[in-house]
Design a protein around this ligand. Structure first.
Ligand code: SME
Length: 173
């Protein structure tokens, strides 16, 4: 499948290895967000880009650090829980640790917060700017063990590309 986002085109399919997919995805993100300073619009487009590019996912989006907890931000998928306290669920755990949390089976993760009953596995990548937590990127899959080390590395790279392209101060309270 050929798709065009911004000025870049890349292919999605079995012929493209996932590390190449993630590399191209980060480049597409940079191209898509280039020149735009509206933080909300940029996160909305970042979530839409991920939803279009990644297979076997049912939810992807952002939770933002607001008032000491996580609050739902731009996303693609079913309506989701709005507030996640620090340290709770997969998102709150990744936020508290400032580390990616990869959950092969959400049913055996203590304290997992079920927003979409279809979700079976999940990955949450913290968003950290100059050492400060800004929020998390959360992606759910209807398949068990959908995410592995390649996804972790690719999505951490995606977030590294995203961080300088978003004016987080406009979103964080
Ligand atoms: N499962 C997450 C909650 C957010 S939804 O998946 C969109 C968690 O346990 O933090």
């Amino acid at each position: 499948m050929n798709r065009m986002w911004g000025m870049r085109r890349f292919e999605i399919g079995p012929s493209v290895s996932r590390d190449v997919l993630y590399r191209d995805l980060a480049a597409s993100l940079a191209s898509l967000l280039e020149g735009e300073t509206d933080a909300l619009a940029n996160l909305a487009n970042a979530s839409a880009l991920l939803a279009q590019a990644l297979e076997r996912i049912n939810w992807c989006g952002f939770y933002l650090l607001r008032g000491g907890g996580l609050v739902l931000g731009p996303f693609q998928g079913k309506p989701a829980c709005v507030r996640i306290p620090a340290g709770k669920g997969v998102c709150g755990t990744a936020a508290a640790r400032k580390e990616t949390v990869l959950v092969p089976d959400v049913n055996v993760f203590p304290g997992h917060i079920a927003c979409d009953a279809a979700s079976r596995s999940e990955i949450v990548v913290p968003i950290v700017e100059n050492g400060e937590l800004r929020g998390v990127l959360d992606i759910d899959s209807p398949d068990l063990a959908r995410f592995d080390a390649v996804d972790r590395e690719g999505l951490e790279g995606f977030v590294r590309t995203l961080v300088p392209l978003v004016r987080w101060s406009a979103l964080i309270t």
